[in-house]
Each structure stands twice: as structure tokens, then as C-alpha cells.
Design a protein around this ligand. Structure first.
Ligand code: FAD
Length: 368
């Protein structure tokens, strides 16, 4: 196979790369999250971190990635890359990866990332772990042993060259009942798609942004390479709820079933007084009470707001997976043994239809 990835693993020493997704020249938030996470991984490996940015006239937004930790950004600019196409993006990415040989490649598990990642991995003949929620570097045990049992200076231990530089990619498995950690020891780059909102964005540093190197790799892309053509981009008229960026999320569960409209209205009122947005458990999405963009959890969105309010949500493991890192969790449930209380900072055992109006009034009074 001409596109078989025949280079030896050791040749893949071109650093950690992050595919930085932009749409209409605006960087997607997941790009900053992954650059921030990639920085930590690159530091642990003693490697460089690079963003990979594709688009048309996008060089102007590249340096911002440096502010979150990128040493440099490979910018592939072409009018043919203005709109995302699977075949165009795949060709360019695979060509530059073959040329510069990164050891790992992170991609946001957005609609585009979920389409692009597996296609590139298959073409490069490497492994991809989809929908990761945690990333780490496999540090051989002897290094941990040296840290705990020897008098060697930490810097000296850190400088020891590792043979084993596997990216440990963790994701929920078996319906979220266990977390599987996966490595890709025989092929490079190790590829991972990462759920948006899981990794935390670092603080922006203007000096680092200014120092970020812009690299323009040679690549070839002609219309003959594209089997698809974007005729028109039609934006959905519907405004999607921004759960990931919200400081406060008030979520409802099946507990609102006796008065769905009333329950959602209460959640909206509580969200309004707290300056937040409404989310929901999968039960509320599956029942058609809320649209899919409201879903929090393993197959929905991962949120870590300052305040998460769970109204009538039992706290199934798949729901917790999407909200347990919230700074403060407030749960209202009429069943005192509901699992949500195990992770709640404040638990109120009672009927949400009685408790929520009291909460709304109390907050309004406190604000007055
Ligand atoms: P229930 O479990 O039915 O809980 C309702 C709760 O409301 C109960 O605890 C009850 O005591 C309480 N209640 C009832 N009436 C009142 C009242 N008047 N006042 C106060 N409390 C009341 N779920 C998600 O949420 N997100 C996901 O992303 C997700 N992904 C999944 C992926 C897989 C592969 C699978 C198998 C499942 C997934 N689920 C997900 C489903 C999950 O397992 C649960 O079924 C779901 O979270 C339950 O939603 P719930 O808590 O609203 O409903």
C-alpha cells in the first residue's frame, strides 16, 4: 500500500500536535483546551507542541494558540480548505504528518473531529482512541522508583531518556461502567479524539503568543483531490445552548415527569436568577422534553461550571461522567438514597416542585 506508514517509531519525533479546528476563521474553543493539555504532555515528554491549522486566510488567528502553550503552528492555507471537506483535510493532514512525523496527534471530538480523526488514522495506518476524557504519558516504573527511593536530583531523573513514550488515552467503556486506558505502542502518531469541554483551558499569555513560531509546510491540494464540493453552508436558525461555556447549569431529570412544562419553566427561572443555562439528563432528551444540545453526560456534554444544580436527576454513572467536576453541585431529589447525593456539595431531599420555587425566591431576596 503506497500510503502505508512504514517509518520506524523512533523517526516520529516531531513533537505533539493538536489539530486546531476553526470555522469561518474563528477558532473553536476545543483547540485552546487541547493546546493547553498538549502543553502538559509535551513537557512531560520533553517534546515540542505544535498546532496544525487548516483553512483559507487563517494565518492571522494562528499565533493566539501560542498564548495557550503552542511552541509553533503549522498553517496550511488554501482557498480549497475554506470549508471543511473530509477528503481535502485528510489529504493535507496526512501529507504533513508523513513529512514532519509527530509522535502524537490530538483532535477535538467535535462533529468534524469525529469524521476526520478515524479517516486520517486509517490512511496513516496508526491507532486512534476516540472520545477520550483523560490523557497521560506512560512513565516507566523505574522512574517512579527512582523518584521515591533514590537521592538523585529530580531534574536528573527527569532528564533520563525514556524508551517508552506511549500516550495513555483513557475513555469510558462498557456503557461508562469502567474507564479503559489504551496505548498505541506499535504505530505513530498515536491519535486521540478528545471530548470538548473535558480539558481545561490554560491562562492566556500574550508574550508566549508573540513568540509562537508560524510554519508554512509545503503541501499540494488541487480540485482533482476533492471528491466533494461544498455548495452552500446553511447555518441552523436554532440557537444552541452553550452548556460547556456556562458558569451555572441547572439540569432537570425524569423527576419533572408529573409536570414537564412546569418543571422546565422552574429550571429556566432558576437558571435565569443564577445567570445560567438549562441542561438535562438523557432521560429528558430521550423523552423529547429537551433538545439534544441540552444533554449532560457521557453521551452528551461534559461541563464543569461553578454551580451545577440537578433537579430530579438520580445520578446515574453516565450522567455523573459529564458533571462531577463541577465546582459546586446542588441536588434536589425526593429519594434520600439517590446516588446524586454522593457527589453533591449541597443535597436537598424533597419535591423539586416545592423546593425550586423556594430557591428562586431566596436567591431573588438575597440579590435585592
Ligand atoms: P431517573 O434515573 O429515572 O431518575 C429520576 C430521579 O428523579 C429519581 O432519582 C427520583 O427519585 C427523582 N424524582 C422523581 N420525582 C421527583 C420530584 N418530584 N422531586 C425531586 N426528585 C424527584 N444519562 C445521562 O444523563 N447522560 C448521558 O450522557 C447518558 N449516556 C448514557 C450512555 C449509555 C451507553 C447508557 C447505557 C446510558 C446513558 N445515560 C445517560 C442514561 C443513564 O444511565 C440514566 O438512565 C439517566 O441518566 C437517568 O436520567 P434521570 O436521572 O433523569 O432519570
Amino acid at each position: 500500500m503506497s500510503n502505508y506508514n512504514s517509518a520506524a517509531i523512533e523517526e516520529f519525533n516531531g513533537g505533539i500536535w493538536v489539530f486546531c479546528e476553526q470555522r469561518q476563521g474563528k477558532m473553536m474553543p476545543t483547540s485552546f483546551e487541547l493546546i493547553s493539555e498538549g502543553r502538559k504532555l509535551a513537557d512531560e515528554l520533553g517534546s515540542k507542541l505544535y498546532g496544525l491549522l487548516l483553512g483559507s486566510n487563517v494565518e492571522g488567528i494562528a499565533k493566539e494558540l501560542g498564548g495557550y502553550g503552542a511552541d509553533g503552528v503549522y498553517v496550511c492555507d488554501s482557498p480549497l480548505l475554506e470549508n471543511y471537506t473530509t477528503d481535502g483535510y485528510t489529504k493535507v493532514i496526512c501529507d504533513v504528518i508523513r513529512e514532519y512525523k509527530p509522535e502524537a496527534m490530538l483532535i477535538g471530538a467535535t462533529n468534524i473531529g469525529r469524521d476526520l480523526g478515524p479517516r486520517c488514522a486509517a490512511r496513516l495506518h496508526t491507532g486512534l482512541c476516540a472520545d477520550c476524557t483523560h490523557l497521560d504519558i506512560d512513565v516507566p516504573k523505574y522512574k517512579d522508583f527512582l523518584r521515591s527511593a533514590s537521592t538523585l536530583a529530580p531534574a536528573m531523573i527527569d532528564s533520563i531518556k525514556e524508551d517508552d513514550r506511549n500516550l495513555k488515552m483513557t475513555r469510558p467503556a462498557f456503557g461508562g461502567h469502567l474507564m479503559a486506558t489504551i496505548i498505541c505502542p506499535r504505530f505513530r502518531p498515536a491519535m486521540a479524539t478528545v471530548r470538548p469541554g473535558v480539558m481545561k483551558k490554560a491562562a492566556f499569555d500574550q508574550a508566549k503568543a508573540d513568540a509562537c513560531q508560524i510554519i508554512k509546510p509545503n503541501f499540494s491540494l488541487t480540485e482533482a483531490d476533492l471528491d466533494t464540493q461544498v455548495v452552500e453552508v446553511v447555518k441552523a436558525a436554532k440557537k444552541m445552548v452553550d452548556l460547556i461555556g456556562a458558569d451555572v447549569v441547572v439540569s432537570v431529570g425524569r423527576g419533572i415527569s408529573k409536570d414537564v412544562e412546569g418543571g422546565i419553566k422552574l429550571a429556566e427561572e432558576l437558571a435565569e436568577v443564577l445567570g445560567g443555562v438549562v441542561g438535562g439528563s438523557r432521560a429528558t432528551i430521550d423523552s423529547g422534553w429537551l433538545s439534544a444540545d441540552h444533554q449532560v453526560g457521557q453521551t452528551g456534554k461534559t461541563v464543569h461550571p461553578k454551580i451545577y444544580v440537578a433537579l430530579g436527576i438520580s445520578g446515574a454513572i453516565q450522567h455523573k461522567a459529564g458533571m462531577q467536576d463541577s465546582e459546586c453541585i446542588i441536588a434536589v431529589n425526593k429519594n434520600e438514597s439517590a446516588p446524586i447525593f454522593e457527589i453533591a456539595d449541597y443535597g436537598i431531599c424533597g419535591d423539586l416542585f416545592k423546593v425550586t420555587p423556594l430557591l428562586i425566591e431566596a436567591i431573588k431576596t438575597a440579590k435585592a
